[in-house]
Design a protein around this ligand. Structure first.
Ligand SMILES: Cc1cc2nc3c(=O)[nH]c(=O)nc-3n(C[C@H](O)[C@H](O)[C@H](O)COP(=O)(O)O)c2cc1C
Length: 185
């Protein structure tokens, strides 16, 4: 696909078909995605691919989180909604990076890791796969962080939900780019 079309037509997708994603292919996509500019070549990223029993536990955590503090039928409904939203995702890639003690290095590492994530979503989109990068409140929970095994000295960058799109959302409007471009001559 032409690069301009690929960039403009890619959307964040969070509803997926009930269809498995080939994990070997996903690993190859990650191998390609990491070819980003990276100051000092720190390559600070780490990826945790989640399916199976760990995905099941993740969906339970989402249900427990969504229904926390509720009671009765409302609690059951909230649990099911949270659980289903996470259970319907075919595969997760959790992205972590080394948290360098130098702020500038840390910020630059985060920039590069973000590029990797976007590369991954573009590579996926070309293959018919949809993704969304999430950092919602569940990702700050201790149980979540233990489940995905964030290590000491690592920063959690994002939860990437991946699968074949069931529904592709409409694009959000972009501001007129001419308002954001200055020419100095
Ligand atoms: C750092 C980051 C964190 C995000 N976290 C969330 C999130 O927690 N929940 C969510 O629904 N979308 C999240 N998104 C996705 C954006 O909301 C989405 O990209 C935006 O709505 C634009 O849609 P598009 O990607 O289809 O253009 C996140 C995106 C980024 C870059």
């Amino acid at each position: 696909m032409e690069i301009e079309k690929l960039i403009k037509e890619r959307r964040s997708v969070s509803l997926f078909e009930e269809r498995d994603v080939d994990i070997d292919e996903l690993k190859k996509m990650i191998e390609t995605a990491v070819w980003v500019p990276n100051h000092k070549n720190t390559q600070p990223w780490r990826f945790v691919i989640i399916t199976g029993d760990t995905k099941e536990r993740l969906a339970q955590l989402a249900g427990e989180f969504k229904s926390r503090g509720m009671a009765g039928d409302a609690k059951d409904r909230a649990y099911q909604a949270g659980y289903q939203m996470f259970a319907q995702v075919p595969v997760y890639v959790m992205v972590m990076m080394d948290e360098n003690h130098v702020l500038k290095r840390r910020q630059e590492d985060y920039a590069s890791t973000s590029l990797v994530i976007h590369n991954l979503s573009l590579i996926g989109w070309e293959k018919g796969l949809g993704m969304i990068w999430k950092t919602g409140p569940l990702t700050e929970e201790k149980a979540f962080r233990e489940l995905i095994q964030i290590e000491k000295g690592e920063k959690f960058v994002g939860m990437i939900q991946i699968g074949y799109p069931k529904k592709v959302p409409k694009p959000l409007p972009r501001v007129d780019i001419n308002k954001q471009i200055t020419e100095l001559t």
